[in-house]
Design a protein around this ligand. Structure first.
Ligand code: FAD
Length: 473
């Protein structure tokens, strides 16, 4: 018999499972339909596995230079199977945690492929959901009052550059590598490409990054890109920018060779493997959108500010709606959607205040707009910048590359954006985010006491530097 629910969520990734927990807290009878594993991309193929590998790479790179810290080691090497085991254990632990949270919230989990069938006499709005069960049992029929589509995304590739899993990989296959290649070409120098470049280089792999734009991480502030470029080159990574990869030139024979048009000239690149990291496309196929009025624009589901689609009882959140494809964005969108369903009148999500992080070595983090964007918007800007070279804790860590940059409005003193590159900056950006949520000025950041010695002193100094008053510069 068909089960009735207040809410059925298609997809149990970060967006879906967090939405389910909030719904359960608000007393909604909730079910999740998940065709793979609870936790989705972030837990199994994204944030967590990539950060586990990055950490192992960082430990290896640091240990190789342990003499700098007066610690003598010998025969430092990587056992990549152990690296993968560690990663898998972390995923298992967190996966069990999510399963436990579902039980605790009395959320029904259907393991199978969900599909919207559209309105029927049994469920006029938003319609029945069918679940093709993974275990081969008869399809389940669910009758929800509301639906959230949270089916996420998958790697995109370039036409003609098919993922074969052997020579040409996406991040999905790269995370499952059984051994490290000696060399790799990474097509795409955005967030994921640069995290992989940094990690593989720290593991000792020869890395070439080919990027279409004229700089790597092109969505970040220009000065951050420039510093990252310098530090990636210092690691020995070859960066090729303003380069258009030509998929039709690929030759796979005991490795990969591919050509690219680089500033008008044709250049060939060779490596053992090739990783494509050119963005992600929404999972909108096979979920029954054709049975609804839902609009898809440029490959992503269109919603209003409360994440309602054209069908007011069907919401969509996370990577499937595009925009900032980040785990913390997906989960927050899920919370807003559920609170709207429960009639809680949530505050719409302000994307301007979302922190963005790159977990490479060194790390990058930012919130708000870049200097160029501020100027384009007509602001008269003033900049405060402070280098980690003058921060005691950074020297103690042996990681003094990078800086904090604050972009503020000359007239109003509003903080328009904060951009950081350096050690542990992904853990430091929330201070800047909070300052922007509270409409704080650089003066207020500077007069928040930053304990000594900490890396956060760079934020306090950058805030003072906005008005030319940094102490240690
Ligand atoms: P997903 O996590 O993709 O979940 C969607 C779920 O829906 C999946 O489990 C899928 O199996 C299921 N599904 C799909 N179709 C159906 C169906 N018809 N029926 C049932 N189930 C279905 N973000 C960060 O914030 N920080 C990071 O450090 C970070 N690192 C990343 C590293 C990599 C290599 C990658 C690829 C991504 C990374 N991301 C990171 C992005 C982050 O993983 C995504 O933004 C996030 O997972 C999106 O959550 P979601 O719930 O929208 O979708």
């Amino acid at each position: 018999m068909a089960q009735e629910y207040d809410l059925v969520i298609l997809g149990g990734g970060t967006g879906g499972y967090v939405a389910a927990i909030r719904a359960s807290q608000l007393g909604l009878k909730t079910a999740i339909v998940e065709k793979g594993k609870l936790g989705g991309t972030c837990l199994h193929k994204g944030c967590i596995p990539s950060k586990a590998l990055l950490r192992s790479a960082e430990v290896y790179a640091t240990t190789k230079h342990s003499k700098d810290f007066g610690v003598i080691t010998s025969d430092v090497s990587v056992d990549f199977r152990l690296v993968q085991d560690r990663k898998n254990k972390i995923i298992d632990q967190l996966h069990k945690g999510v399963q436990h949270l579902m039980k605790q919230g009395k959320i029904d989990v259907y393991e199978g492929l969900g599909r919207i069938l559209g309105p029927s006499i049994f469920s006029p709005m938003p319609g029945t959901i069918s679940v093709e069960m993974n275990n081969g049992e008869e399809n389940e029929m669910l009758l929800p009052k509301n639906v959230i589509v949270a089916t996420g995304s998958r790697p995109r590739t370039l036409p003609g550059l098919e993922i074969d899993g052997e020579y040409v990989m996406s991040s999905d296959e790269a995370l499952q590598l059984e051994s490290l290649p000696s060399s790799i070409i990474i097509v795409g120098g955005g967030v994921i490409g640069i995290e992989w470049a940094s990690m593989l280089s720290d593991f000792g792999v020869q890395v070439t990054v080919i990027e279409y734009a004229d700089r790597i991480i092109p969505t970040e502030d220009k000065e951050i890109s420039k510093e990252m470029q310098r530090l990636m080159k210092k690691k020995g990574i070859k960066l090729v920018t303003s380069a258009k990869v030509l998929p039709e030139t690929i030759v796979k024979d005991n490795g990969v060779a591919i050509s690219a048009e680089v500033k008008g000239a044709l250049k060939e690149f060779k490596a053992e493997k090739l990783l494509v990291s050119v963005g992600r496309q929404a999972n909108i196929e096979g979920i029954g959108l054709e049975n609804t009025e839902i609009q898809v624009v440029k490959g992503f589901i269109e919603t209003n500010e409360f994440f309602q689609t054209k069908e007011s009882h069907i919401y969509a959140i996370g990577d499937v709606i595009g925009g900032l494809q980040l785990a913390h964005v997906a989960s927050h969108e899920g919370i807003v959607a559920v609170e709207h369903i429960a009639g809680k009148d949530p505050t719409p999500f302000d994307y301007h205040l979302v922190s963005r992080c790159i977990y490479s070595n060194p790390e990058v983090s930012s919130v708000g707009i870049t200097e160029d964007q501020a100027i384009e918007k007509g602001h008269q800007v003033k900049i405060g910048k402070f280098s980690f070279r003058a921060i005691g804790k950074a020297l103690v860590f042996g990681e003094s590359d990078g800086f904090v940059k604050i972009v503020a409005d000359e007239q109003t003193n509003d903080i328009l954006g904060v951009h950081m590159i350096g050690p542990h900056v992904t853990d430091m950006i929330t201070e800047a985010g909070l300052a922007m949520v509270l409409d704080a000025t650089p003066w207020e950041i500077a007069h928040t006491i930053h304990p000594h010695p900490t890396l956060s002193e760079a934020i306090g100094e950058a805030a003072l530097a906005v008005d030319g008053k940094a102490i240690h510069s």
